[in-house]
Write a protein that binds this ligand. Structure first.
Ligand SMILES: Nc1ncnc2c1ncn2[C@@H]1O[C@H](COP(=O)(O)OP(=O)(O)OP(=O)(O)O)[C@@H](O)[C@H]1O
Ligand SMILES: [Mg+2]
Length: 251
């Protein structure tokens, strides 16, 4: 059965998309069959992976294309369903549906059709609490919460606690496992070490080893490359490989 992992944090810019791209790429290199799905109308996933597409998630949700038609092969073992600003219209249509529960089930029912082809389905959440975020929460079994340690410490911790609290209250969610991924971590900066320490004390073994701050991670998307393609020897590639190993172990 496919493992459905949602990568989520309602705070923006914490490394969600970076984590989706490189976790997916690492799992695919390991031989797993991976589908990543962009739930964000900013549409960063297709940009990062540098692939064109005809049908996006909006087409899938609106029933304008079959699930398989919306899937684009991005790399060996790595497929994606892309998004762009047309997702806002699809979300509008979902809001207008009379049956709210049914609207939030559309994503699940469409992705279920694709599940037999994959070992992992990874969702890149938008930073806002939209109807699609709720739909993603209904679908995901596991959550990964990238949290920036370089952000002001108290806010950094609070963002994780708030996110997990919101999920606990979300109706119909089926999350059974979560993992906090400290991102943009600079071991030389005292505040970063403090934030990491607090996270570890608070969440114990649900905290992954941190992804260090590394300029290669910020550069790779403009070359439409994963970190393994852009800088195989970087600390960032090492850190994401560790995360891949952790996910494989948790399974
Ligand atoms: N470990 C890191 N070191 C350096 N830069 C990073 C790191 N992780 C992510 N970045 C950069 O930080 C920025 C934000 O990352 P990303 O887009 O992955 O965040 P996000 O949580 O998906 O944002 P949004 O909430 O807008 O979707 C990007 O420019 C990305 O390249
Ligand atoms: Mg993003």
């Amino acid at each position: 059965m496919a493992r459905c992992i949602g990568v989520l944090n309602y705070k923006g810019g914490t490394g969600k998309t970076t984590t989706v791209v490189n976790l997916a790429a690492g799992l695919a290199l390991h031989g797993s069959r991976v589908l990543c799905v962009d739930l964000d109308p900013q549409g960063s996933l297709a940009t990062c992976l540098g692939r064109r597409y005809t049908y996006s998630l909006a087409h899938l949700l609106l029933g304008q294309a079959e699930p398989q038609e919306c899937v684009v092969q991005a790399r060996a073992n790595l497929d994606m369903i892309a998004s762009d600003s047309s997702l806002l219209q699809a979300e509008g249509a979902m809001w207008r549906m009379n049956d709210n529960r049914l609207a939030r089930q559309i994503l699940t029912s469409k992705l279920r059709i694709l599940e037999p082809r994959y070992d992992y389905i990874i969702l890149d959440f938008s930073p806002s609490a939209s109807i699609l975020s709720e739909s993603g929460l209904r679908y995901a079994h596991e959550l990964m919460v990238p949290a920036s340690t370089s952000y002001m410490s108290l806010v950094g911790i609070r963002q994780v606690v708030e996110t997990l609290k919101n999920i606990g209250q979300a109706p119909g969610h089926r999350v059974r496992l979560y993992l906090i991924v400290p991102t943009m971590y600079s071991p030389r900066i005292q505040q970063d070490r403090e934030v990491l320490g607090i996270l570890q004390r608070h969440f114990a073994n649900r905290v992954a080893r941190p992804i260090r701050q590394n300029a290669k991670l910020a550069e790779a998307p403009s070359h439409h490359k994963t970190i393994y393609e852009y800088s195989q020897r970087s600390t960032a590639a090492t850190d994401y490989t560790r995360l891949v190993e952790r996910v494989l172990r948790d399974g």
